[in-house]
Design a protein. Sequence first.
Length: 140
Amino acid sequence: MAFQTAIKWLTSVVAILLSLVGCGAVHTLPCGDDERRAIQEWVYFGTETRSGHVTPDAWTQFLSEIVSPRFPEGLSVWQASGQWRSASGQIIHEPSYVLSLIHPDDLVPNKAVQEIIASYKTRFQQEAVLRVKSAACMPL
């Protein structure tokens, strides 16, 4: 009887492990022979500050000084209307900028995005900056 219980338990554990391995495989994006794995990032920057708002000139200067040197290969930016819940629970509606980056899946660009976010939060007294990452493929 104990042997049958142990077999049932072991079978359950193996089934769970196999299902977890299967889930991991679903998230792997196959790239073509002329492509390599990459990361697509969207970084959302709110523009309301304690002392007013981030002006278009201040945003352009931030892009020029902080973002472009870290991603000289290229990037895209657009304006958006955003909302988010602050740490106090208040819903904040504000104009925002969305930064889109596609870069190799390695540590250097990851650190660069972290530096961009930290710089923006400090420069413009921001509580939060949203970063969304997903798998992508890019040409070799």
